[in-house]
Design a protein around this ligand. Structure first.
Ligand SMILES: Nc1ncnc2c1ncn2[C@@H]1O[C@H](COP(=O)(O)OP(=O)(O)OP(=O)(O)O)[C@@H](O)[C@H]1O
Length: 261
């Protein structure tokens, strides 16, 4: 056989199969399946309430699905959580941190939880705090951090054990442009060295500029997924997103009181 013959497609790093979650009468996520190939950066897009956070929470072991499975490098997140979780770093959205710890203490906690040797935790913590512009806030309680600083310390906690897969819910939300650029650089470097990233965002330009794949969901269903070009079909991502999700125009008389003074 030729050395250059294409081998079988590599197994996805993250495989979601028919994930489903209901909250009472609401179907937040409806039989959602998605493959995330190794070395890709996938942007998960969808309007408010589409089911992005619910999907990522089920994929990372934070929220038990009503149906379906999530596999990380073949390990079932719900049947074998230690094996699956050892391989991923997670930045959840809206989950409370241990915010009575300082930034440095929180990082140390995450490193030790991952059974890392103490000197390595110290070394990586220092580097992460410096890279993310948090060095001067290392001894400040996380409860006193701004929203953007919380995002950054959360990202540092997700990175400290050098996982194979990063799952980041709105990693750029509330982050200033300078830190945003640093985060992009960190993520690009991570992917260039073989890591895989799944991130959710509302910002199309950001997704277009750093992601090579996108998945669009609305009302809990996957509407499109694939490479940027496959999903865009020759249109700007924003246009394609609006076409898929549907726009909502204001009725003529809507909010008329706002224009009547
Ligand atoms: N704990 C909960 N209890 C009841 N309903 C919930 C709960 N969490 C989410 N939902 C509902 O599930 C649906 C999906 O919510 P989800 O937070 O996953 O959306 P999202 O795409 O992350 O939205 P956003 O972009 O606004 O953050 C929404 O209808 C929401 O109201």
């Amino acid at each position: 056989m030729s050395q250059h013959a294409p081998g079988p497609a590599a197994a996805p790093v993250l495989a979601l199969r028919e994930l489903t979650k209901r909250f009472g009468a609401t179907i937040a996520v409806d039989r959602l399946s998605l493959d995330v190939p190794a070395g890709s950066m996938v942007g998960l897009l969808g309007p408010n309430g589409a089911g992005k956070t619910t999907t990522l929470s089920m994929a990372t072991g934070l929220l038990r699905p009503d149906g379906g499975t999530a596999l990380v490098e073949g390990f079932d997140v719900w049947a074998d959580p230690p094996a699956a979780k050892a391989r991923m770093g997670v930045l959840p959205d809206g989950v409370r941190m241990f915010d009575r710890l300082t930034g440095a203490e929180l990082l140390r906690y995450h490193g030790l939880l991952r059974a890392m040797p103490e000197p390595e935790v110290e070394r990586r913590s220092g580097e992460l705090l410096a890279a993310l512009g948090l060095a001067s806030a290392a001894s400040t309680l996380v409860i006193d951090y701004s929203a953007g600083m919380r995002k950054k310390i959360g990202l540092a906690c997700a990175l400290i054990h050098a996982p194979r897969l990063l799952v980041l819910d709105e990693p750029f939300e509330a982050v200033d442009p300078v830190s945003g650029e640093t985060i992009r650089e960190i993520l690009r470097g991570f992917v260039a060295s073989g890591g895989t990233v799944v991130l959710s965002s509302h910002v199309m330009e950001l997704v277009e500029s750093i992601c090579d794949r996108v998945a669009i969901i609305a009302a809990g269903r996957l509407l499109a997924s694939g490479t940027l070009d496959e999903v865009r079909q020759g249109q700007p991502l924003q246009r394609r997103f609006l076409d898929l999700v549907g726009t909502q125009s204001l009725a003529t008389e809507s909010l008329s009181w706002l224009r009547s003074s």
